[in-house]
Design a protein around this ligand. Structure first.
Ligand code: SF4
Length: 365
């Protein structure tokens, strides 16, 4: 299949692995930031083929996993209101809040709808002027442009019954936080190719320089990941620490200027709490005051939200890369993709779900 098989060629994979084994002289630890990359690495067993001692740590780049519990609970409170049509991407519907999820709420009669684009939510608002239509606007820099376009479209066409519940997060501050942690073990990063397709990689250059870590912008197919890991190890072995681009077919240094402009127009940078990690300064996007009228958080008073995580869940340590899903007592027993206790088991991009779907460690449960 064109544009697929060519990035999964077994002969090329063997050649890249051979070069990697010939290059690596030390047990380097590399983190892939993105959950999509984690999914490929675990499903294809790439981490099990690396040179002896070398480790991949799975980073916090699953948007479903890091959306704070408070936002899920606010979403549940807003979606329960009779005047609301609550819209979201499908993968957020089964994320467990303190008491239930959006799927359960929908089963009890709430008008919760899956959309494939926030522009669909604006259309639904246009078609239902007597209802309030809310879109759950979460994710990294990848989803922010479409959400910005939806707000701009609603503002331009006078759709006043549309609003967004925003919890966007940004990758570079998360990388910095991981590097500042006293127990950090990461020596190089694979940056997420789709994030950099939007934002470019200029924000990563001062990080690579200041912390002396190689950062390789990397795609999502098996050969992309093998090549990205090889490029990172070549830098580590030669004492270099710069940003390189493996994903040349999709990413330019300055990213997508139109998408960045839309994001800059609608959002401003804010402090953001990450589920399992805590608050990271200047790590999120909130609506700019000029678009405050589209802020669902302001439009619907949800009262004080008291959150409670499952005491069994060690998602925070998994998202920081200090423990593996198989270290969790609930993994594969109380917590499965059908009965998730924590967000990393919900989305296929979550590390716990990626491990479970690949059957990792289940024979011991
Ligand atoms: S296996 Fe489940 S309970 Fe354990 S860390 Fe992962 S999501 Fe949390």
């Amino acid at each position: 299949m064109k544009h697929l098989d060519e990035y999964r060629d077994p002969a090329l994979a063997r050649r890249l692995l051979g070069e990697l084994r010939a290059t690596a002289t030390r047990p380097w630890t590399v983190m892939e930031v993105c959950g999509g990359q984690t999914h490929t690495i675990v499903r294809q067993g790439i981490d099990e083929l690396l040179p002896a001692g070398m480790r991949m740590i799975h980073g916090p780049g699953c948007p479903v996993c890091v959306t704070p519990l408070e936002i899920i609970d606010k979403a549940l409170a807003i979606a329960a209101r009779p005047e609301v049509i609550f819209t979201s991407y499908g993968d957020m519907l089964r994320v467990p809040g303190t008491s239930g999820d959006l799927v359960g709420l929908k089963a009890r009669g709430a008008d919760v709808r899956v959309v494939y684009s926030p522009l669909d939510a604006v259309r639904i608002a246009r078609e239902n002027p007597e209802r309030e239509v809310v879109f759950l606007a979460v994710g990294f820099e990848t989803t922010a442009p479409a959400n910005a376009m939806a707000v701009l479209d609603a503002a331009k066409t006078g759709v006043t019954n549309f609003s967004v519940l925003v919890s966007h997060v940004l990758v570079p501050p998360a990388i910095t936080t991981l590097l500042e942690a006293p127990d950090n073990q990461v020596r190089a990063f694979l940056a997420a190719g789709h994030v950099c397709a939007v934002m470019g990689w200029t924000e990563y250059e001062p990080i690579a320089d200041h912390y002396g870590v190689p950062i390789v912008v990397t795609g999502f197919e098996p050969l992309d990941l093998l090549e990205g890991i090889l490029m990172a190890v070549r830098q580590l072995e030669t004492g270099r620490a710069v940003v390189e681009n493996q994903y040349v077919r999709a990413v330019r240094r300055t990213g997508n200027t139109a998408a960045r402009d839309a994001v800059a127009q609608v959002f401003r940078v804010t402090d953001r709490k990450w589920r399992g990690i805590g608050e990271i300064p200047a790590s999120g996007l909130a609506l700019d005051p000029a678009f405050a009228g589209f802020d669902a958080d302001r439009r619907f008073a949800t009262g004080d939200i008291v959150t409670r995580e499952s005491p069994a869940c060690i998602a925070g340590e998994i998202l920081r890369g200090t423990r593996l899903p198989t270290d969790c007592q609930a993994y594969g027993t109380a917590c499965t993709p059908r009965t998730p206790l924590g967000a990393p088991m919900v989305s296929s991009e979550g590390t716990c779900a990626a491990f479970h779907n690949a059957g990792r460690g289940l024979e011991l449960r």
